[in-house]
Design a protein around this ligand. Structure first.
Ligand SMILES: [Zn+2]
Length: 245
């Protein structure tokens, strides 16, 4: 059996970045009756999905008003002890890029060995400005960063599994080690990486919520309607943070 030390060492040598400065605090919640109760979120984690330059206005795959979620997410971070960031992180010849598939229309789908894959404009290329987090996003409260999509032949929307739905990013192992029971998901984009992260989280047994005012969609075809339908199907809560804590 893997010892705790070896488990952590294993993570450190994989695609994860840990921050030793995680701050652990509770916060006061005011109830409708005016009484305050201490919210102890020791079993909760906030997962901030892909708030990167390329997904914001001016980037190569912008979500309309994508930068507007940054301040909301910064405020929400104050309520959490545990925070994780995901970061889309692609080689420049990634198999999902339109430049790698010149005969296929951008935003159409291509059959890959692991299923249908949307063909995207090149984005979040490893080490590029576009792959950096938005400059106003507070990132120093996060305990760790999950990088995804760095294998050339497979894309990864979810923070938990790559698009073959089998290859793990390691996130589930960390959450189990931390004894996390509830997962709150925010970020970009609602109808792709946020949706897949939330559905995987719920499928893995975490009580899962997507915070509605802290995410926005890229909106391709009926992707938003499908996302809302899937949240109901997988029992993912979708509303404001105050409704869930
Ligand atoms: Zn991507």
């Amino acid at each position: 059996m893997l010892s705790r030390r070896n488990f952590i060492l294993g993570l450190l040598t994989s695609n994860l970045i840990f921050n030793q400065n995680s701050i652990v605090t509770g916060h006061q919640k005011t109830t409708n009756s005016g009484a305050t109760k201490q919210y102890n979120g020791s079993k909760d984690i906030l997962i901030i999905v892909d708030v990167q330059n390329d997904f914001c206005p001016g980037g190569s795959l912008p979500v309309k008003n994508g930068d507007k979620v940054v301040e909301v997410i910064n405020e929400i971070q104050k309520s959490f002890q545990y925070i994780a960031l995901t970061q889309d992180w692609h080689p420049k010849d990634h198999s999902s890029f339109s430049t790698t598939n010149p005969d296929i229309d951008v935003f159409s789908t291509k059959k890959m060995p692991y299923g249908n894959q949307v063909i995207w404009p090149p984005h979040c290329i490893i080490g590029s400005k576009g792959a950096e987090f938005h400059k106003n996003l507070i990132t120093n409260k996060a305990s760790f960063i999950i990088r995804k999509g760095f294998r050339k032949n497979i894309d990864s929307y979810s923070g938990f599994f790559e698009n073959d739905r089998v290859t793990s990013t390691g996130l589930d192992g960390i959450l189990k080690e931390l004894n996390i029971k509830r997962v709150f998901v925010v970020g970009l984009a609602l109808d792709f990486c946020v949706q897949y992260t939330a559905i995987d989280s719920a499928s893995l047994g975490y009580k899962t919520f997507v915070i509605k005012n802290a995410t926005l969609p890229v909106n391709i075809g009926n992707s938003v309607q499908e996302t809302i339908k899937n949240f109901k199907k997988y029992n993912v809560g979708y509303g404001k943070l105050e409704e869930f804590i």
